[in-house]
Design a protein around this ligand. Structure first.
Ligand SMILES: [Zn+2]
Length: 412
């Protein structure tokens, strides 16, 4: 559409938190179509742009939130699985729950999840789905969605090619999609390889080094997860040789830029269990991958402490996600920020807010379109109440409620 035909809009608020410079008091954002065209003080934006003025009053306008890791398939499992003694028992428990669900249940679950995420201010979601073939039945996702096909070939490692082809075929209609070989213990080396070969535009994610039992399985070839995977017929030949991280990264070649894996393409969920040699490895590799931490799901499982203080200085980009409601209470990223703040109280609220805006935007390779309020960026915005006397970022992290105004892709 020519610029002159697009209906313009100016959204005014007490504060505009751009994440692209300091917040702007008495600010405004001009929008045309699905894009932000201007941002600044209200009087300036009003002078140089035309359009309907929407005055949000005493509110702070923020970039829409980005959930870097979740599984909307399991929204209906909220509260269904009590904490288990071991991670392996939890896998057994969720498998039992999943066996009771029909395709209709999954579709309903995904739609409920979208509605809840939206109520809490999420405008972009990286969503793993175990059923890429069902996604055509959710054609109009209300949020900006990366559909990530969760792939498991533990029972048929010779079918990796077929699995990847079928997933791509199911998801390629979607604007944004990717592949998620589930984890080293459920996806074969060949499946990881095939996912990497699916193309540079295909986003890649996986679960890595999540539990003590995963570490035990790969490093020591023992423990409950090892026994369980062996009992279902997995080839355990890759166990007893190294840590999960070592297996994922692959052998370091002469140059640390060329590992066995295309690292910058990967968003790695969890990374709780790392040995000293793993930290040395992370230091050596020059190209880094992205990391997602899900604080409340982490707490539910009772994993060892997430090593944020050691990962961050190594240059890894860390975002927050909710994980699924089978191990969490809600899809609120505000609640995730607070859970993260409880374990890392010295991290500033502004830096924590980056973990659900600019950091995940960069993990999704959208650092020039999402996560900030800036000209040329997508018009994904939310508003929360602003009280004059409080520190703005402190107030953002403390916000506990539902959003009463938001815009996704220029549509309020
Ligand atoms: Zn997950």
């Amino acid at each position: 559409m020519p610029e002159s035909h697009k209906r313009g809009m100016i959204v005014r608020a007490r504060a505009v938190v751009t994440m692209d410079g300091p917040p702007i008091e008495n600010g405004a954002v001009a929008i045309s179509g699905d894009r932000i065209v201007d941002v600044g003080r209200f009087d300036e934006v009003k002078t140089s742009n035309s359009g309907t003025v929407v005055d949000l009053g005493e509110q702070a306008l923020l970039p829409g939130l980005i959930n870097a890791h979740c599984h909307l398939d399991y929204t209906c499992l909220r509260g269904e699985i009590p904490r288990q003694k071991s991670f392996t028992d939890w896998i057994r428990a969720i498998n039992a729950e999943k066996s009771k669900l029909s395709p209709e249940d999954y579709i309903a679950s995904i739609n409920e999840g979208f509605a809840e995420a939206k109520r809490f201010g999420t405008t972009t979601i990286a969503n793993l789905t175990a059923f890429p073939e069902l996604i055509r039945q959710v054609p109009d996702a209300p949020l900006r969605t990366w559909w990530l096909a969760e792939l498991i070939d533990v029972r048929a490692p010779d079918r990796a090619d077929e699995l990847v082809d079928a997933a791509v075929e199911s998801l390629k209609f979607a604007q944004n999609y990717g592949l998620a070989p589930h984890a080293l213990f459920t996806a074969s080396k060949n499946l990881y390889q095939r996912c990497e070969e699916a193309g540079a535009n295909v986003l890649l994610t996986t679960h890595l080094a999540e539990s003590r039992e995963e570490m035990e399985m790969f490093r020591d070839a023992s423990g409950p997860l090892y026994e369980f995977m062996k009992s279902i017929g997995r080839d355990m030949g890759d166990c007893g040789n190294g840590t999960p991280l070592e297996l994922f990264v692959g052998p370091l070649n002469a140059s640390p830029d060329r590992t066995g894996r295309a690292l910058p393409q990967w968003i790695v969920a969890h990374l709780n269990e790392l040995t000293e040699s793993d930290f040395q490895l992370l230091e050596k590799i020059r190209t880094k991958f992205h990391v997602v931490h899900s604080p409340r799901s982490h707490q539910y499982f009772g994993h060892n402490r997430f090593p944020f203080k050691r990962l961050h200085p190594l240059g890894l980009n860390v975002s927050l996600g909710t994980d699924s409601l089978a191990s969490n209470e809600s899809l609120s990223l505000f609640a995730e920020m607070r859970a993260f703040q409880r374990s890392e109280p010295e991290r500033s609220p502004e830096k924590i807010f980056e973990m659900i805006t600019v950091n995940p935007a960069s993990a999704l390779r959208q650092q020039n379109t999402l996560g900030r309020i800036a000209p040329g960026f997508r018009a994904d915005l939310i508003a929360i109440p602003r009280s004059k006397d409080r520190d703005l970022f402190g107030e953002i992290v403390a916000f506990d409620g539902e959003i009463n105004w938001m815009m996704v892709n220029g549509k309020p």
